[in-house]
Design a protein around this ligand. Structure first.
Ligand code: GLY
Ligand code: MN
Ligand code: MN
Length: 444
C-alpha cells in the first residue's frame, strides 16, 4: 500500500460508518493577465493522495455494514489540445491506477456524483468554514440530496470538521516523510553555507538571496518554503523583513532565514553571520548567548517533555545573558527569575522558540493537550518535527549598551523527536563561531 493509500485508510477508520469526506486541492491563482502564481497543491489533499494536479477533489466513503470503504478521485479530463499548452495530465483512468483509487471521474462530474454519494450518508466531513466557495458547493450538494427526500433518501444530518483528524495525523511524520524532511533541511543547510561563502561587504542582500535560490533549485527543491529573509545590519531586527534590497556593509551581521520546499515538505533554517567573516566582540557575545539558549532548548527535546519546556529553556538562558551582558539592568530588573516573571526579556526576545514543521512551514497540529484540564502544553512524541529558533534583537534604547544596538541574531534548526531523544535535521548549515569564521575565510 502506498503511504497515501495507508493515510486514506487510517482516516477512514476514524470516520463514522457510512460517512463521506471531501478534500479539495488548492485553486490556481492568477498573478496578472495570462500569468499564474507557481502552482502549489493543498497540503491536506497531497497528504492523502500524492496527486499534484490542480482542479482535483478526493472523496472518501467510510465502510458501513457489508459496503467496504472506498476512495474516489475527481480530476481534470485528458485533453490533447490543452496538453500541448500546459503539459501532461493523467485524466481519471490513469490517475485511478497510478494513485490507487477505487474509482475516478472527471472534475465536471463532481456535483452530480456528490448527489449520489451523499444519499443516506449519516455525516459529511470537510474543511468547515475554510472558504465560501466550498461552503456554497456543500450547500448545493445537500440541496440536491434533500430534493430526493420523497423517495426516502436522507441527506447527511451532521457536518464534521475534517481538519482536526488530519492535523493530528500530519503532526507525526512517518519514515518516508522524515527522509524527505532531512533532505530538504540538508539542501537548505548547504544553501546557507553557500550564501555565507559568497557574502562580502558591498553586496546587496538580494545577491545573497540569489545564492540561496540557486542552491535550492540545483538540488531539485521546487521552491522556497516561505519568503526568504536576508537582512543585514539593523534590518535583522525586523522579524519579518522581506525587502532584501539593502547594501551589506562592513561590520554588519547578516541574518538569513530561508528554507526550501522539497517534494511538498518545508525546511526552515536561520543563521546569523558577520558579512566580513569576523564577529566583532559585541556580535560574538550576543551570538554565543543565542547559541547557548538554542543548545539548552534542543537539549530538552525528547518524548514526554512538554512542548513549552523548549521555549522555557531558551528563555532561561537568554534572561540570564541579558543581565550578564547589561542589556537589562540587574538593579532595576532583579535576577533572571524576575526578568522572566516580569517578561522583561520581551524587549529583546519577543517571539516563540519554534513551531511544528512539516508540509507547511508553520505546520498543523495542536500545541496543547485539549483533553486535559487546563489544556497544558502537550508532551512531545516520536515523529513530531519542530523548529528551535531563539533570537535576540537589540533596537537602540536608553540604558542599552550602544555596542549592541541594531544587532539582530536568530539561530534556527529543524529537529525531529526520536524514540530516545531528538535528531537535528539541519546540521549542514554551519553554526559555531569557529565553523562560520573558518568557512568565510575561504571566501574569494
Ligand atoms: N521562517 C518562518 C519562521 O521561522 O517561523
Ligand atoms: Mn521557523
Ligand atoms: Mn525561519
Amino acid at each position: 500500500m502506498s503511504p497515501y493509500a495507508a493515510r486514506r485508510a487510517a482516516l477512514l477508520e476514524q470516520m463514522q460508518p457510512g460517512a463521506v469526506a471531501v478534500i479539495a486541492t488548492a485553486p490556481e491563482v492568477a498573478r496578472n493577465s495570462d500569468s499564474d502564481y507557481p502552482y502549489r497543491h493543498d497540503s491536506y489533499f497531497y497528504y492523502l493522495t500524492g496527486f499534484t494536479e490542480p482542479e482535483s477533489v478526493a472523496v472518501l466513503l467510510a465502510a458501513r455494514g457489508d459496503a467496504p470503504a472506498c476512495s474516489i478521485l475527481f480530476c481534470r479530463p485528458k485533453d490533447p489540445e490543452r496538453e500541448i499548452w500546459d503539459g501532461f495530465r493523467h485524466g481519471p483512468d490513469a490517475a485511478r491506477t497510478a494513485f490507487g483509487f477505487d474509482a475516478a471521474f472527471t472534475i465536471d462530474q463532481l456535483d452530480s456524483e456528490m448527489g449520489r454519494l451523499l444519499a443516506n450518508a449519516p455525516a459529511l466531513y470537510y474543511a468547515l468554514g475554510s472558504g465560501a466557495a466550498l461552503d456554497e458547493q456543500v450547500r448545493r450538494w445537500l440541496d440536491q440530496v434533500k430534493r430526493q427526500s420523497r423517495s426516502g433518501i436522507s441527506a447527511p444530518a451532521m457536518a464534521c470538521d475534517l481538519l482536526p483528524l488530519l492535523d493530528e495525523m500530519r503532526l507525526f511524520k512517518d519514515a518516508e516523510e522524515q527522509a524527505i524532511m532531512l533532505r530538504a533541511a540538508t539542501i537548505s543547510g548547504q544553501a546557507h553555507a553557500r550564501a555565507m561563502r559568497a557574502s562580502r561587504p558591498g553586496m546587496y542582500e538580494y545577491e545573497i538571496e540569489a545564492e540561496l535560490l540557486y542552491e535550492f533549485r540545483r538540488n531539485g527543491a521546487q521552491a522556497p518554503a516561505y519568503n526568504s529573509i536576508v537582512a543585514a545590519g539593523a534590518n535583522a531586527c525586523v522579524l519579518h523583513y522581506s525587502r532584501n534590497n539593502a547594501l551589506v556593509r562592513d561590520g554588519d551581521l547578516v541574518l538569513i532565514d530561508a528554507g526550501c520546499e522539497l517534494d511538498g515538505y518545508a525546511s526552515d533554517i536561520t543563521r546569523s553571520y558577520p558579512a566580513n567573516g569576523r564577529f566583532s566582540p559585541a556580535q560574538r557575545e550576543l551570538y554565543q548567548l543565542v547559541l547557548a539558549a538554542q543548545a539548552a532548548a534542543i537539549q530538552t527535546i525528547r518524548p514526554g517533555q512538554r512542548y513549552q519546556t523548549v521555549h522555557e529553556a531558551a528563555v532561561a538562558v537568554l534572561a540570564q545573558g541579558m543581565l550578564d551582558l547589561g542589556l537589562l539592568d540587574a538593579k532595576q530588573c532583579g535576577g533572571a527569575a524576575d526578568v522572566i516573571a516580569d517578561k522583561r526579556y520581551l524587549q529583546f526576545y519577543m517571539h516563540g522558540t519554534g513551531h511544528w514543521l512539516g508540509m507547511d512551514v508553520h505546520d498543523v497540529g495542536q500545541y496543547r493537550d485539549l483533553s486535559s484540564p487546563g489544556k497544558p502544553s502537550r508532551p512531545l512524541q516520536a515523529g513530531m518535527t519542530l523548529t528551535v529558533e531563539p533570537g535576540i534583537y537589540v533596537r537602540p534604547a536608553e540604558g542599552v549598551p550602544e555596542a549592541f544596538w541594531n544587532i539582530g541574531i536568530r539561530i534556527e534548526d529543524d529537529v525531529l523527536v526520536t524514540a530516545d531523544g531528538h535528531s537535528i535535521l539541519s546540521t549542514a548549515a554551519p553554526k559555531s563561531v569557529q565553523e562560520i569564521e573558518q568557512l568565510m575565510r575561504q571566501n574569494p
